[in-house]
Design a binder for this molecule. Sequence first.
Ligand code: G6P
Ligand code: MG
Length: 217
Amino acid sequence: KRKGFIFDLDGVIVDTAKYHFLAWRNLANSLGIDFTEEENEQLKGVSRVRSLEKILDWGNKSISQEEFDRLMAHKNEEYLAHVDRMDEDELLPKVAETLEYLKEQNQAIALGSASKNARRILEKVDLTDQFDAIVDGTDVSKAKPDPEVFLIGAKALDIKPEDCIVFEDSVAGVQAANIAGMVSIGIGDKYVLHEADHIFRDFTELSKDFLQELIRK
Ligand code: G6P
Ligand code: MG
């Protein structure tokens, strides 16, 4: 059967969370706000605007719209400086192989990311051509856990939501997949991602037999 396999980008295909962390931490610290790995965890899958709102909330700060826009632009510039140094070496283990295998099996493949930088990152790691559809932060108006991004992806692939499988590293993303009625596969910590239908540490743990099962069902 032809299924739709929808991949989140940050934390699933590439480990960009570390770059988001560095840039958000600098921004938070410049406002006198503490920013730890734990807080960073809560920003995974969360849009750029919502992330800054949350940081300001944590620090009990309110700023003007102008300052807000300036900080967001600055954060993105700093983040992109890291992104522009990326290459294929930054692909997470067995991601490229998994995409290739699904392609060989004639499966439909989409990207479903909240990032407005998604296309730029796919170019850097030379994966753009592997996707039949790319849905990113420039295509959606509602952030995960709203299922919009994955539903648009399913539509673009012309596959019913219930025949789609989503790979996600964030809690909000797993919830979005569940709400969309798709099979959710958490990539990461089994306690953090306990709401997912299946959870794996990374793609090295995900066998071809398991992928075949998803295709057959
Ligand atoms: C992903 C990341 C988030 C990030 C969001 C927006 O969901 O997990 O940490 O804030 O994309 O990314 P952007 O590249 O548009 O700032
Ligand atoms: Mg992610």
